[in-house]
Design a protein around this ligand. Structure first.
Ligand code: GRF
Length: 203
């Protein structure tokens, strides 16, 4: 399956996906890395790895709809079938989300449904939870609310701050995102009636 990765920043999850996709039996091929920020460090890393890249600058479009139409056109030009959001910092409209329904994944740095939105590690520390983690989910119009494909948990340690906790979670992000994409790209996990259906042995 042909996959595009959408980024806005450093792209460490992108790198983990690119590395996984090198394996000959990996069921997805990364055909494009696209960013809404032309200066995203991850875009330069993708270009250096000789991947096709597109910068679709949201500031160069009059509104969200125009930006998303340009992004959608770029994705279709590259024959993209599945979309992976990896630190992509634009909220998508229902039009775009519906156009890619069941074919778009996001990674969120918390154990959803806890701690939606931003600053999830600070939220976790403020709440005093002893377990934290990350979630890969299908994207639905409501932010950070889509059906869950994969999660991983890490302990919260007494001496943790945002930096140490986010680093511990990131290690798990890099592990579960390639695994979740493999499930979805191979059809072993699919969205059906608002729930994720797993093939036997894949749950
Ligand atoms: C990750 O923590 C991801 O969960 C969140 O944004 C961060 C992106 O990091 N949505 P990177 O660009 O993949 O390094």
């Amino acid at each position: 399956a042909k996959v595009a990765i959408l980024i806005s920043g450093r792209g460490s999850n992108m790198v983990s996906l690119l590395e996984a996709a090198q394996a000959p039996d990996y069921p997805a091929e990364i055909v494009l890395v696209a960013s809404n920020r032309p200066d995203a460090p991850g875009l330069a890393r993708a270009a250096a790895a000789r991947l096709a890249t597109e910068a679709v600058d949201h500031r160069a479009h009059p509104d969200r709809a125009a930006f998303e139409r340009a992004l959608d056109a770029a994705l279709r030009r590259h024959g993209v079938e599945f979309l992976v959001l990896a630190g992509f910092m634009r909220v998508l409209t229902p039009w775009f989300v519906e156009a890619w329904a069941g074919r778009m994944l996001n990674i969120h740095p918390s154990l959803l449904p806890l701690f939606r939105g931003t600053h999830t590690h600070a939220q976790a520390l403020a709440a005093g939870v002893r377990v934290h983690g990350c979630t890969v989910h299908f994207v639905v119009p409501e932010l950070d609310a889509g059906p869950i494909v994969a999660q991983a948990a890490v302990p919260v340690l007494p001496e943790d701050d945002e930096d140490t906790l986010s680093a511990r979670v990131l290690v798990q992000e890099h592990r579960i995102y390639p695994a979740a994409l493999a499930l979805v790209a191979s059809g072993r996990a699919r969205l059906d009636g608002g729930r994720v259906v797993f093939a036997e042995g894949s749950g």
